[in-house]
Design a protein around this ligand. Structure first.
Ligand code: 5GP
Ligand code: ZN
Length: 138
């Protein structure tokens, strides 16, 4: 299943050339054109699914195993000091390309990649509300 006009469908299936680090029957792993840090890569499934909610379980399992395999190899190859594995769902969460993908972002001591968020404090009302709401969907 491909989506007409989806750039990641075209890249994943080799219709548009990319710097490919890995390829198998389900996935292509490419270098991001706008890297947050040197070696920033993307795992793209060859089939089109907009986000993690809609990704079949079998591909979700394979994607996580592939992420593990890739960052293990990239850590040795790039000699980086850490990794962020990031996956955005929905525009408010920062998703800009609506074809499921995982970011593999190598981190180096003292880099200025700047990934993170502002932290708050869990208050009692939110805690109870969330626990109650989640129980309804278990
Ligand atoms: P998102 O914000 O959706 O989680 O991530 C989209 C990522 O795709 C961004 O990091 C952006 O730099 C990258 N990107 C967008 N278009 C292209 C492209 O045509 N080729 C490659 N290699 N990366 C792209
Ligand atoms: Zn697509």
């Amino acid at each position: 299943m491909k989506e007409e006009g989806c750039i990641f469908c075209k890249i994943a299936n080799g219709e548009i050339p990319s710097a490919t680090l890995y390829e198998d029957e389900d996935f292509r792993v490419i270098l991001d054109l706008g890297p947050a840090a040197k070696g920033h890569a993307l795992i793209l499934p060859k089939e089109h699914y907009p986000n993690l909610y809609e990704l079949p379980d079998e591909l979700a399992e394979k994607a996580v195993l592939l992420a593990k395999k890739m960052i293990t190899k990239m850590k040795k190859a790039l000699n980086c000091d850490g990794f962020n594995v990031v996956q955005n769902n929905g525009a408010p969460a920062g998703q800009t390309v609506f074809h499921f993908h995982m970011h593999l972002i190598p981190r180096y001591e003292g880099d200025h990649a700047g990934f993170g968020w502002n932290t708050g404090e869990l208050n009692a009302a939110d805690r109870e509300e969330i626990l109650t709401k989640m129980q309804k969907f278990s």
